[in-house]
Structure formats: structure tokens, C-alpha cells
Design a protein around this ligand. Structure first.
Ligand code: NDP
Length: 311
């Protein structure tokens, strides 16, 4: 097609999505950019995924860059200050993934409390005839604390309410909702049987779930992280799981994905999923459309559909 805007593409997309990208845009890889420096002057946009780092050095070398469109809601891998300073628009894919992430969170929590992975293995391995499966833990009646009650956190809270739990949340602002706001994270951990992490990654939240928070959660307490690995002190978490100073954890996100800390593999009281919060056909399709529509609308009309508002 004529006049396709020149994009730098960071990260891979499924073939069908790539075909749609290529129909409207002319994409170049980081390698192509490194091998043909003159290309830098032509690039007007970046298309990326929220798990890919967008290096500041690269953005600095693109004088005509006007927009960075990321596939995913997290933008902790994008140099936001630099983008703001340069007037570069950053877009993400909020809301369309809320249901999928909330569904995974609830599923992980129930699976952790009832130990479904082990129950499945127990049946397959023929152990049922020999002894009953160990008793597990109910969700009903538990106190659930949500760290980061945003778009996703609220959908998690709404889905948990019918289970008969007591909900409270921690965040920087009291949103004046039906659920109790707790400005002190340690107090929320101490008052919770289950702590769910759904705040954004980045500098402001790095390692906020540390050894002290885990100690406050206590030996009957469970942690669920569907946000980012960076929010949790992973070494402290592994130590707490090994020493059983918390009861268990369900993790979708980690430090150093996908080469995660293998000490986690040896632990029975942890449920591990491979960063699949938004990974359903329906949701990934909607995310791809929004990633592309942000770019299309921007180059056609000069405005983006879901720009990130810089704090
Ligand atoms: P939102 O921006 O809507 O919500 C974030 C919430 O976190 C807000 O309520 C905010 O409240 C709170 N928050 C922000 N900073 C802090 C802080 N320093 N301490 C405590 N709370 C804080 O984000 P979304 O709900 O759309 O997404 C949340 C995150 O989920 C994403 O950033 C992403 O990293 C992760 N995610 C993970 C996926 C997965 O596959 N596992 C998929 C999709 C998203 P306040 O401003 O009052 O502090």
C-alpha cells in the first residue's frame, strides 16, 4: 500500500496480527535499524508489547518519533519521562483485558486454596484408592486485601464479592467505594487472609511486597500476584514460602521472565502460571485491534484512542 507510516517493531506478534500490521504500516526491526542507521530518520512510530523493553537509547535516536503503541496495559518498559519531554504519545490497551486478568486471578486463587494441580495429579496417579486427598482451605469468609484497586483490581473485587469474602484495598487514594480503603500496606497485609497484587509495575511500586509485608500476612496468609514481578521482593517471597511463614502464593508474573528462579519449582505451596493474564483468544484479539486502532487513528486524525496519561 502507498504511504504506509514507517514503524519500528519491537517483539513478535501472531501471523494474523502481523499481516494486519503490515497491511497498514511498514515495519522495521531493531536489527534493521542497527544495520541501516539512515532508517532512524524515517521512523514515526513504535509498535511494541508490554513485556518488551523500549530502550531510551533507541527513542533518542529517532528524531521523527511521534507515537509508541504498546500491546498490553503495562507501560513500565517504556521510557515515559523521555516520551513526555519529547511530546511523544504513548498508547496502551486498557479495559479490554480486565475480564481475562480478573478471571485468571479468581481461578488462580481458588486453585491455590483447593490445591487443584495436586488434586488432578492425585487422581491420575491412582492415589485415590489408597487415601483421601488432604483437606484444603475455603474462600468463603476470608478477608481479601487488594493492592492496586484500578481497572483490573475492581473487576477482581466484583468477582470475589459473591464468594462471601470481606474486601479492602490499598492504594494512594481513597476512592470512596463500598470497600474499605487502607492507606497503610502493612496494616492491610496484617488484616488480610489473602493479598492480591494488581498495581502497576515501575519505580513507584518496586518491591513494595517485601519481607515485612509477607511477615504481616503471616503463616495463614496467601499472596496472589497478577501485576508485575517487580512489585514483589521475590527472594523474600521464596524464603517465606520455604519457611512457611506464609501459607502459599499464586504467581502469574516474576522477575526475569521466562527464565524464572528455579527454586520456585521445588515448592509445593506455590501455583505458577506463565504470564497468561490476558492470554485468551477473545482478549488478545481485542488488544491487537486497539493497538492498531491507536496507530491508525493517530496517523489519520492526529489523536489516539487510549493515550497513557503521564502522572
Ligand atoms: P490501573 O492504572 O487502572 O490501576 C492501577 C491501580 O494501582 C490504581 O488503582 C492505583 O491507585 C494503584 N496504584 C498505583 N500506584 C500505586 C502505589 N504506588 N501503591 C499502591 N497502589 C498504587 O491499572 P490496570 O488495572 O489497568 O492494570 C494494573 C496492572 O496489571 C498493569 O499495570 C499491568 O502491569 C498488570 N497486568 C498484568 C497482566 C498479566 O498478564 N498478568 C495483564 C494486564 C495487566 P492509586 O492511584 O490510588 O494509588
Amino acid at each position: 500500500a502507498a504511504m504506509r507510516p514507517e514503524l519500528l517493531q519491537i517483539g513478535a506478534f501472531p501471523p494474523q496480527v502481523q499481516a494486519e500490521i503490515d497491511a497498514d504500516f511498514h515495519c522495521h526491526s531493531l536489527d534493521a535499524l542497527a544495520n541501516a542507521p539512515a532508517l532512524a530518520d524515517a521512523i514515526v512510530g513504535i509498535i511494541t508489547r508490554s513485556n518488551q523493553r523500549v530502550p531510551a537509547e533507541v527513542v533518542e535516536r529517532l528524531p521523527g518519533l511521534r507515537i509508541i503503541s504498546t500491546f498490553g496495559v503495562g507501560y513500565d518498559q517504556i521510557p515515559l519521562e523521555l516520551a513526555a519531554r519529547r511530546g511523544i504519545v504513548v498508547t496502551n490497551t486498557p479495559d479490554v483485558l480486565n475480564a481475562a486478568v480478573a478471571e485468571l486471578c479468581v481461578g488462580m486463587l481458588l486453585s491455590l486454596l483447593r490445591d487443584l494441580p495436586r488434586a488432578d495429579r492425585f487422581v491420575r496417579e491412582g492415589l485415590w484408592r489408597q487415601a483421601p486427598f488432604p483437606l484444603a482451605v475455603s474462600l468463603a469468609g476470608k478477608r481479601v486485601g487488594i493492592v492496586g484497586l484500578g481497572r483490573i483490581g475492581k473487576e477482581i473485587a466484583r468477582r470475589l464479592e459473591p464468594f462471601g469474602v470481606t474486601l479492602a484495598y490499598h492504594g494512594r487514594t481513597d476512592q470512596r467505594l463500598a470497600w474499605r480503603h487502607e492507606p497503610d500496606l502493612l496494616a492491610l497485609a496484617a488484616d488480610s487472609d489473602i493479598l492480591i497484587v494488581s498495581a502497576p509495575g515501575g519505580n513507584g511500586t518496586a518491591r513494595m511486597i517485601d519481607a515485612r509485608v509477607l511477615a504481616a500476612l503471616g503463616p495463614q496468609g496467601y499472596l496472589v500476584n497478577v501485576a508485575r514481578g517487580s512489585l514483589v521482593d521475590e527472594a523474600a517471597l521464596i524464603e517465606a514460602l520455604q519457611g512457611k511463614t506464609i501459607a502459599g502464593a499464586a504467581l502469574d508474573v516474576y522477575d526475569n521472565e521466562p527464565a524464572i528462579d528455579e527454586r520456585l519449582f521445588a515448592l509445593e505451596n506455590v501455583l505458577l502460571t506463565p504470564h497468561i493474564g490476558s492470554a485468551t483468544h477473545e482478549t488478545r484479539h481485542a488488544m491487537a485491534q486497539l493497538t492498531l486502532d491507536n496507530l491508525r487513528t493517530f496517523f489519520r486524525e492526529g489523536r489516539a484512542l487510549t493515550p497513557v496519561v503521564f502522572e
